[in-house]
Design a protein around this ligand. Structure first.
Ligand code: ARG
Length: 592
């Protein structure tokens, strides 16, 4: 991916070196270097795997090398002088194994401490303006675990892009428009024949859902009501005052509920719901028709896309516009008005086909994929959230699980954990710190559990496993960080002054392992942005804590001869951990 030319990543730096080597050894060939981390650290830190392919291209030419290994040797011989490598070795048919020098790693960690972890220590994106469409619950309906996943994954994607210096427009494409409102408004005003139709804006989501269910039942059973509900849609769409007032009140009521969840999760997202695009729908469909992209089929206006069994319906046979029409207007608006060069949609994997159709239709219309508009577009799908029994996540009584209750329970369990631990250690915690720590841990645990499994897998929601004090959990990592921060605190040294005066020297194997992993932080971000998989970050973070543990067991820090250097490794670990926490939306704790 040409987009991620990270100045800071080790992989990119090595790639640059090997590009020069290929160029020098074989000026006619322009192969892009293939550099990857070694799977087995015994062989090296990184590998370059180009020799075999280069050999195949050179074969038969004059003076061609005899074997791929000769190509590998030639590449090594043509590497420009540099401070990165300490040794290279050949393996198998022509793999080049690379070991980084300890001096280079020491210097790099020291620079990370001095310069911070923003660019150039984060990937340098070619996308400057990104739109991330995430969370996006529906008005008058409960926000469910699927929306929770979208919120958590979307937030981490935004945070990572932001750390790389991109401008990110976080959009909440809430379902606030459509025929369901006719039904609801009609039902409510028949129940309460007053000027506001009984819609005050103070309804709870459960009130609204109750009303919605009743309205739906009547709609399905009562022909007369169905007719009146249809008329109510028309009234709403043609701007009838009372209908609009009721609609606004219903949206306001839902918004309060959504806001409470975002507030707890510390997620920022700007509401720009489906209704925002309503005034644009007609023109968009016209444009598609004019360009010959959309045609009539069974009374509906459809965009047919090659390789897809079903078309994208941009206008229904009754003349109405739906979800797909809105998404066409939205994509156009984001490209042309927002000038986005990367648009990312985060929804359940079940919507993959819908987005495939939308993206293809946008290409057909010439909005993307042209020399003028090279914007990238991605659908980030995710799997289901399952209960511990492996079935669809529900309450015991079979209802949708309320997110507020989930978050409450996570926090309550953490309050218990912290109390118990403080009784064990004899350290007292005051109420305010307890409250702060329990929220950080409880909400953090829910987020982390979601982010750490590959997004496409279905994951089991289990309080017991997400709140485990050992293993790859937020709780474990937050405790680990507090311990590490405690070491630096105990030393009572000004780390910035230390970093300015004392060089880091890594010599012990555990120090080298830790410094190498610290140096790889930009790569974890790169991988995450390449695949849009947040678990790349959690894997990185967990391994960091493991390498730190191994280091701390074998390398004495406080009171040792190497204290000055080692304290900097401790501090760098704490800082990189905090940077990971920040990308994952976790709040670090210093004393628990
Ligand atoms: N409201 C939709 C749902 O609950 C998600 C919207 C996703 N974004 C979009 N532009 N279609 O499934």
């Amino acid at each position: 991916n040409k987009d991620l030319q990270a100045a800071g990543s080790l992989r990119t730096q090595l790639t640059n070196l090997f590009r020069l080597a290929i160029n020098k050894a074989y000026p006619d060939l322009t192969d892009e270097p293939v550099v990857a981390a070694c799977n087995n650290p015994k062989f090296g830190d990184y590998q370059c795997n180009n020799a075999m392919q280069l050999f195949a291209k050179l074969k038969g030419k004059e003076g061609a090398p005899k074997a791929p290994r000769d190509v590998a040797s030639a590449l090594v011989a043509n590497l420009p002088p540099n401070e990165l490598l300490s040794e290279t070795s050949l393996a198998g048919p022509g793999f080049i194994n690379i070991r980084l020098s300890n001096e280079f790693l020491s210097k790099r960690v020291s620079e990370m401490l001095k310069l911070g972890l923003q660019p150039p220590f984060s990937p340098d994106l070619s996308s400057k303006k990104c739109v991330v469409d995430f969370s996006s619950p529906n008005v008058a309906k409960e926000m469910h675990v699927g929306h929770l996943r979208s919120t958590i994954i979307g937030d981490t994607i935004c945070r990572t892009l932001e750390l790389c210096g991109a401008q990110v427009l976080r959009l909440n494409h809430i379902g606030d428009w459509g025929t369901q409102f006719g039904m609801l408004i009609q039902h409510m005003s028949e129940l309460t024949p007053s000027a506001d139709g009984g819609a005050t804006g103070d309804e709870s989501i459960s009130d609204l859902m109750e009303l919605y269910r009743a309205a739906k039942k009547r709609f399905d059973e009562d022909e007369g009501f169905k007719q009146r509900a249809r008329e109510a849609v028309t009234a709403l769409q043609s701007g009838d005052e009372k209908s609009l007032r009721m609609w606004r009140a219903i949206c306001a009521a839902s918004r309060k509920e959504f806001a409470a969840i975002y507030e707890r999760l510390g997620v920022r997202v700007e509401e720009r719901g489906e209704s925002f695009y309503n005034p644009m729908l007609k023109a968009v469909v016209e444009e598609l028709k004019e360009k010959g992209c959309a045609e009539e089929s069974d009374g509906a206006i459809c965009v047919f896309v090659e390789g897809q069994s079903i078309p994208l319906i941009v206008q229904k046979s009754d003349g109405g516009f739906g979800y797909a029409s809105t998404d066409m207007a939205a994509i156009k608006h984001r490209l042309e008005v927002e000038k986005a060069d990367w648009i990312i949609y985060v929804t359940d994997a079940g919507q993959a086909q819908h987005f495939d159709l939308v993206f293809s239709a946008a290409k057909k219309a010439g909005w993307i994929g042209t020399p003028e508009s090279k914007a990238k577009i991605d659908h980030v799908g995710f799997g289901l959230v399952l209960g511990e029994d492996g079935k669809k996540f529900k309450t015991r009584s079979g209802d949708v699980v309320r997110l507020v209750e989930l978050l409450d329970e996570a926090k309550a369990r953490c309050t218990d954990t912290i109390r118990t631990r403080s009784q064990e250690t004899g350290e007292t915690v005051d109420e305010a710190s307890l409250e702060h720590a329990a929220s950080a841990m409880g909400y953090g645990a829910v987020k982390y559990a979601d982010l750490k499994s590959h997004r496409m897998t279905n994951y089991k929601f289990s309080f017991d496993s997400m709140l485990d004090l050992k293993g790859n959990t937020a709780v474990y990592l937050l405790y680990a960080h507090a311990r590490i921060a405690g070491i630096a605190r105990k030393a009572e040294k000004d780390i910035d002054a230390l970093a300015a005066s004392t060089p880091i020297v890594v010599a012990h194997q555990r120090e080298v392992d830790l410094a190498l992993h610290l140096s790889r932080f930009p790569e974890a971000m790169e991988d995450m942005l390449q695949e849009l998989t947040p678990n790349r970050l959690t894997d990185y973070l967990y391994e960091l804590s493991e390498r730190f543990n191994a280091f701390y067991v074998d390398c004495k820090v406080l009171g040792s001869e190497e204290e000055g250097s080692r304290l900097q490794l401790v501090e760098a670990t704490a800082r990189v951990m905090r940077q990971c926490f920040s990308l994952l939306g976790l709040i670090p704790l210093y004393r628990i």
